[in-house]
Design a protein around this ligand. Structure first.
Ligand SMILES: Nc1ncnc2c1ncn2[C@@H]1O[C@H](COP(=O)(O)OP(=O)(O)OP(=O)(O)O)[C@@H](O)[C@H]1O
Ligand SMILES: [Mg+2]
Length: 537
């Protein structure tokens, strides 16, 4: 039982509240079937699950009712959201558990009086009466609950008319909540950058077959898969498709990405955990996340907010702090993996910092028995420039190359987008690069003619974006070449005022980004992205 005896809930205080009652259908039959001891374990686990879910959904007070629970909310919307989360959590559990459990629930609203460890009033009587007539899986509520939540019209109800309630003076106007249609956990599942929906998804059948098999295998042990391909080829989009499939398979999906330069410490893990703490605190509670993961508050401040309320351990010396941080990240993944298998997506691994790579290595260490799939995406990294930590991480990884689209996929993309254009021409001018294809198709659907398309603005934007990721020396070099088109190495070096080593590094980087080409005679020229060469080459 939890009670927040803040001033608003002091004994004797009256407040307007929404009351939720839940009950387990046929609990007596279940007890007989399981035997008292096993039944107690199942019911205790269920109660903990419900309590953590409703607390995470904003309940200020919960109380055990034997096989069920009562929870009090300050708003009808919070109560409705909580029971949807409960029913979905129970449905999740049922997917995996041998003993299926069915919950019925009811909500009522009105003034209640707070006691020392209880609340009382008409809404508690109404909710108790309604839950008694509800069927398995059903959520009933009074008309008042529906009307209080009306402004937030995400909820759907069915009017059941007036139901008589034992001990009530009048029959209650009752509604049934359609919780099955609420896409709560799918909606919360994907980070916005992983949820981009441009053109309908095309191609990648072979890669998806491989990745589906990796998801299936991950339920029995940890693995690392690396999606590798040129800039704009479609790595992130493919990963988002895998993420959707993982959600359907009841995976917990965590996703973070690296940027250059990194915006925070341990960037991909920090981003993934922060989002999880914000969107799925109930899941973290269910996984038993506790103070052992306290170090992670440094990376994901939402872990410190209720209901998780983790505290940052006092600072010690840096080496042991780092060790404890890595251990905390590993603990978090291990515990999450006890609830459901975990898919951890790490985008743009080519920009991972040394510390991020060390953390990923710590997560993957001896992960054979952990139901975990780490799916990382990376542009090709020149072997000479890669960090040893990156090699260590990817040495045992399964590499899935993501190639440019062939003419068939380009044609498929045109059909799917209902755009008119010659697939062969589009394939030629884009080199099969998904980013360029989708940009050109956007122009085509806006009414432009393929023949009239020179270099779309967005291609210029891509060059600029790529440019912004270069070292300033390489950026200066590209800018100079863009004006001069073609220059000898000596002229360029002089123009830039760089010493030999810095000049070579700048040329290599600009060539690696596909923005500069060096001819056999040693002169450099600026590569236009559209034309015969494909960007990134
Ligand atoms: N299979 C696909 N079907 C439809 N559109 C796609 C597909 N793959 C990629 N795209 C589109 O092409 C664009 C570029 O794809 P994406 O961002 O996945 O590339 P990327 O390889 O991750 O690039 P970068 O290396 O820059 O991160 C996106 O707008 C994406 O929606
Ligand atoms: Mg990407």
């Amino acid at each position: 039982m939890t009670a927040l005896h803040d001033r608003a809930h002091e004994p004797g205080t009256l407040t307007t509240a929404t009351i939720l009652f839940t009950d387990v259908v046929s609990s007596t039959a279940l007890r007989i079937r399981l035997g008292e001891e096993r039944a107690n374990v199942v019911f205790r686990r269920l109660y903990e699950l419900l309590r953590s879910v409703v607390t995470a959904s904003g309940s200020s007070f919960t109380k055990s009712l034997g096989d069920g629970l009562m929870a009090v909310f300050d708003s009808a919307t919070a109560g409705l959201d909580a029971i949807i989360a409960v029913q979905q959590a129970v449905a999740d559990e049922n997917e995996r558990a041998q003993e299926k459990i069915s919950i019925r629930a009811a909500l009522a609203a009105g003034d209640v009086c707070w006691g020392h460890d209880d609340v009382s009033g008409l809404p508690t009587v109404e909710a108790a009466r309604l839950v008694a007539v509800a069927e398995g899986g059903q959520v009933l509520c009074t008309d008042l609950v529906r009307r209080l939540a009306q402004g937030r019209s995400r909820h759907e109800f069915k009017d059941l008319g007036r139901l008589p309630g034992k001990g009530l003076r009048e029959p209650m106007h009752t509604y049934e909540l359609h919780w099955q249609s609420a896409d709560h956990h799918l909606g919360a599942g994907l980070a916005p950058w992983l949820d981009e929906r441009g053109l309908p998804f095309v191609g990648r059948e072979e890669q998806l077959r491989t990745l589906d098999a990796e998801l299936a295998a991950a339920e029995f042990g940890g693995n690392l898969v690396l999606l590798q391909g040129e800039p704009g080829v479609g790595k992130t989009r493919l990963a988002s498709e895998v993420a959707r499939r993982a959600l359907k398979r009841q995976f917990t999906v965590l996703a973070g990405r690296c940027t250059d330069p990194a915006r925070k410490a341990y960037e991909p893990i920090a981003g993934a955990v922060e989002r999880l703490a914000r969107t799925s605190p109930a899941l973290l509670l269910r996984a038993g996340i506790d103070q052992q993961c306290g170090q992670l508050v440094r990376l994901a401040p939402s872990l410190a907010a209720p209901p998780l309320s983790l505290e940052v351990p006092p600072a010690t010396e840096p080496v042991s702090e780092r060790y404890h941080l890595l251990a905390a990240a590993r603990t978090l993944i291990e515990r999450l993996a006890t609830v459901r298998p975990v898919l951890l997506i790490v985008d743009d691994l080519q920009w991972a910092t040394l510390e991020s790579l060390q953390m990923l290595n710590a997560l993957m260490w001896d992960a054979d028995a952990l139901p975990l799939l780490v799916l990382a995406m990376s542009r090709p990294v020149p072997v000479e420039s890669a960090m040893p930590e990156l090699h260590k991480l990817t040495a045992d990884a399964r590499v899935v190359p993501v190639p440019a689209f062939g003419p068939d996929e380009v044609s498929h993309a045109l059909t799917e987008a209902r755009a008119a254009g010659d697939a062969a021409v589009l394939h030629r001018i884009t080199g099969g690069n998904a980013f360029l294809i989708s940009e050109v198709i956007r122009e085509l659907t806006a009414g432009k003619d393929l023949d009239a398309l020179a270099v779309p603005d967005s291609v210029t934007r891509m060059v600029l974006a790529r440019l912004s990721q270069l070292h300033p020396d390489a950026r200066d070099l590209v800018n100079l070449l863009a004006v001069g088109e073609r220059m000898s190495s000596a002229e360029l070096r002089q123009g830039l005022g760089l010493d030999e080593a810095r000049f070579v590094a700048a040329v290599e980087e600009a060539m690696g980004a596909g923005l500069v080409t060096m001819l056999d005679n040693g002169s450099c020229h600026f590569s236009r992205p559209a034309g015969t060469a494909r960007p990134g080459r």
